[in-house]
Design a protein around this ligand. Sequence first.
Ligand SMILES: NC(=O)c1ccc[n+]([C@@H]2O[C@H](COP(=O)([O-])OP(=O)(O)OC[C@H]3O[C@@H](n4cnc5c(N)ncnc54)[C@H](OP(=O)(O)O)[C@@H]3O)[C@@H](O)[C@H]2O)c1
Length: 232
Amino acid sequence: MQLVVFGANGPTGRQVTEQAIAAGHTVTAVTRHPDTFPLSHPRLRVEAADVLDLAAVERAVAGQDAVISTLGVPYGRAPVTVYSTGLTHITQAMTEQGVHRLVCVTSTVLFGVEAPGEGFLFRKVIEPFIVRFVGHTVYEDMRRMEEVVRASGHAWTIIRPGGLFDTRTVSDYRVAASRLPGRFTSRADLAHVLLSEAVSGGHVHSCLDVRTTEGTPSILDVIRKEAFGRTA
Ligand SMILES: NC(=O)c1ccc[n+]([C@@H]2O[C@H](COP(=O)([O-])OP(=O)(O)OC[C@H]3O[C@@H](n4cnc5c(N)ncnc54)[C@H](OP(=O)(O)O)[C@@H]3O)[C@@H](O)[C@H]2O)c1
């Protein structure tokens, strides 16, 4: 298949790209920084584009069989619009170019229910603090993005993972249409779900949780890694 990956230069996007190439697909990897993109392959085209630029997004989407988005921005105080504006442009470009399959990422917190199996501290203090304060602007824009995707008329699937951590290998992960127990999702597993859904057309018009069940880190491990450097 011909696949375009937005956010391809992020740690999940790189794994999506690698897994798609290994599976025999042809990939257009979209990044604002093509000079820093680490992969090359005869079936890989690296496209310089900002998702805030509709014309550039249309060029990337033209001729594709499916679109995968792993677009992301870090937590911060400034208003975030990349998710919602990005997916507005991507879905418009898909309509324009006659492309229908879309798989994209938000977060498990968008299920809007407390984390199953967790104790009082995590359910009532840690996660609400992250959602309402630390990541407020990101989650608000993810909500707007999901509305854009639902209203698009396309064959969409939204993947809502837990906290991300890095592994190189895909594990025997769990997927469900409701919030799963467990705090973490490996980027290899997330990439695998994104690719499987894009290729199979599996769960159209669904929001799926994905959770890694083995080799998961502690919260302190993840904070140390995400705050002080990645080696994806
Ligand atoms: N970190 C977590 O624990 C966690 C938990 C749940 C969900 N998520 C979500 O999972 C997804 C993947 O996360 P990740 O950590 O692998 O990736 P990420 O570092 O959040 O970002 C992915 C890429 O998005 C691209 N991007 C940002 N703004 C862009 C723009 N205006 N135009 C084009 N590209 C743009 C950047 O690439 P360039 O700079 O090269 O353009 C970036 O490398 C994200 O949606 C994230 O919000 C993360």
